[in-house]
Write a protein that binds this ligand. Structure first.
Ligand SMILES: [Zn+2]
Length: 364
């Protein structure tokens, strides 16, 4: 199935089944919709490849292991030269791109960067780590800049999708297992991690609600202000989806593990996004959860989407022994995921593949 056929299938499934199912709670329609999307397994990949032969061997190894699609970051030239081999090896190649977190415009456009409730721009001092330089999603210049980046990629023939990562605000609360690493206790939203209070965001919100968000009694509990932030990210997704779809390419996104966690930690309301698939990072250990949680978390996402688009469960290999990786994949599929996505493909050992491949190929 090529990308246009896939897009057509997804759209047909959405219009024929998804909308009606969402409106009427038609369980049978949901089941038909899910069945219309072929099971597929993915890997986020990093690293460089010594040669095209090296790239080809890597893809062949992934394919033999049950991986159908790889997500990898690179320049437009990288994709142009690496797409043909992926096509030959029968592996989809997706362009893994960063959306809001990008530091390359700090010097020419410091005003494009998000400002915390403490009044500090990520252009001057990023939260948590130096590279956490997030742009402000309210600004038209930022949206147009990002649209230009995805436009260039969407024009490359043979890319299976443009894949958005960091399509969100900075974590207002980090996943709980990461708190000790940064010597933090984030039992509520603290001002230095709460974004964005730049002039544009404050003006846009004030025009709609007649109040400056900085003057709210308790910004973290103000529903309209929370919703404003969910909506700005959803709007950016809409701009990028329009751009990508205009070139007949698909848009996919890496998202936080469940709709509830995604809204709470990073202002993602991904169930509303106009993407063609979501890949929630169901990294259980980040949330001090056990492996069976992967099934519960996946199910929350699958049910919230109502079969509108496919969901592929992201699994964090460093926290999964080979037997646990196999269990995790089973839990994800049992919860209705259309497949899994491993982070990251490069780290899969022969033992991982021995445990995982029979499940991915449907032999167990
Ligand atoms: Zn802003």
């Amino acid at each position: 199935m090529n990308r246009r056929q896939f897009l057509t299938t997804v759209c047909a499934a959405t219009s024929a089944f998804g909308a009606r199912a969402l409106a009427g709670g038609d369980a049978a329609a949901l089941a038909r919709n899910a069945a219309a999307v072929k099971t597929k397994h993915w890997a986020w990949m990093r690293g460089t490849f010594a040669s095209l032969d090296d790239w080809r061997r890597t893809l062949a190894r992934m394919r033999a292991g049950g991986i159908d699609a790889v997500l990898i970051s690179g320049s437009a030239d990288f994709y142009r030269t690496h797409v043909p081999a992926a096509r030959d090896e029968g592996v989809e190649l997706h362009a893994w791109t960063f959306a809001m977190m990008r530091g390359e415009q700090v010097k020419p456009h410091p005003d494009w960067y998000a400002v915390s409730r403490s009044g500090v721009s990520t252009a001057d001092k990023a939260p948590y780590v130096d590279y956490y330089k997030f742009m402000c999603p309210s600004r038209d210049e930022v949206r147009q800049y990002l649209a230009g980046l995805v436009r260039e990629l969407a024009q490359i023939d043979g890319l299976a999708s443009i894949h958005l990562d960091y399509i969100r605000y900075p974590d207002v609360i980090l996943p709980v297992a990461l708190w000790p690493k940064y010597h933090l206790v984030q039992d509520r939203e603290y001002p230095e991690f709460d974004f964005c209070y730049c002039g544009v965001c404050r003006d846009r919100f004030r025009q709609r609600w007649a109040i400056d968000p900085l003057r709210l009694d308790d910004p973290p509990s103000h529903q309209a202000w929370l919703q404003y932030r969910y909506d700005t990210i959803t709007e950016v997704v809409g701009v990028l989806a329009h751009e990508v779809h205009a070139h007949g390419t698909l848009l996919t996104a890496a998202v936080f593990p469940t709709p509830t966690i995604a809204r709470t930690l990073v202002r993602q309301e991904w169930t509303k996004w106009t993407v063609d698939a979501v890949l929630p990072m169901v990294y259980h250990a980040f949330y001090k959860q056990d492996v069976p949680w992967i099934e519960r978390a996946t199910r929350e996402g699958v049910e919230a989407l109502g079969g509108r688009i496919p969901l592929y469960t992201g699994l964090y290999v460093p926290d999964l022994s080979p037997p646990d990786l196999a269990r995790a994949a089973r839990y994800a599929l049992a919860a209705g995921a259309n497949g899994i996505c491993v982070f990251e493909g490069n780290t899969l050992t022969p033992d991982h593949f021995a445990a995982l491949t029979p499940i991915l190929k449907g032999r167990t």
